[in-house]
Design a protein around this ligand. Sequence first.
Ligand SMILES: [Zn+2]
Ligand SMILES: [Zn+2]
Length: 347
Amino acid sequence: MIKMRALVKEKPEPGFVLKEVQMSENLEPDEVLVKIKNVSICGTDLHIYRWDEWAQKKIKTPQIDGHEFVGEVADIGSQVSMVKKGDTVVSETHIPCKHCIQCRTGRMHVCKNLEILGVDRDGVFAEYVKVPEIVLWKIDKSIPIDFASVMEPFGNAIHTSLVTELTGKNVLITGAGPIGAMAIAIAKHAGAAKVIVSEPKEYRIELAKKMGADLIINPQTDSVIDKVLKNTDGNGVDVLLEMSGNEKAFRDGLEVVTNGGEVSLLGVFSGNLSFDINGLFTFKGLTLHGITGRKMFETWNIATNLLKNKIIDLSPVVTHKFKLEDWQKGFEIMNKGESGKVILQVE
Ligand SMILES: [Zn+2]
Ligand SMILES: [Zn+2]
């Protein structure tokens, strides 16, 4: 038995408990045991921490939560061939079934039977985790460890931004949380003409500035529609990257996408939306890309190359680091919206 510290959702209630748990060291033939170095806190983990309606429906207790991590391969199952002991690895958090029609036709990222680490099964807020080798992605030691542990959300930003061509386009990003902030730098590097951001929170406005936004609009004090039109010769933007999950932000965003434009949708809304889909969408001839997770493993390859070659600097986004023991501080600071990505150091 492996004895380890883990952050556990013990009971169906808010919070976690840091405690010693046991895990069998036996591995399935395709399984890998990873010793975790760093984890980072995701919005999903906040939902679980707060124990909101979504978490209550989705999470079975007791469970170890968390899914974003970097670690080192500690042991491998008998059939594992893609990684070996001592490799530094990051991981796709969506575990594909390998059998459904999507998996068999090169679209594993939209697998019908997807299992999510730290949501549908035990996660990574612990000293060790077991995962099937298919989700692991070996990385070069030249990538700073704090950037490696946020490669999963960085991948969200990459997939959302690069699902369409951005070169020479005007882009509106609604929401500058950590993923929106990363998308700013990605869009700039992809050659976007103007990257406009709408964001109400002061902390995130600063983050957007640091990541290179050309114009930031605070929807609480300014009209997003007026400002975008004024800054795009009255045409509106070519591409909308929706990262906020806020209905008003999305609606304003659609309003200013130029006819024939594209919309990439990552934000998750808390309920059903109601707006004029004919006027805002159909008759404008917009194209919608729904984004779930990352492309396996095209996105990971791009993320690796961008970080390894220092094309994008994630240091403005990775704002806090705590020891695992101080997990509560990390969750509280995120809960207040006064942070970028928060890392918990496990090792
Ligand atoms: Zn996440
Ligand atoms: Zn599948």
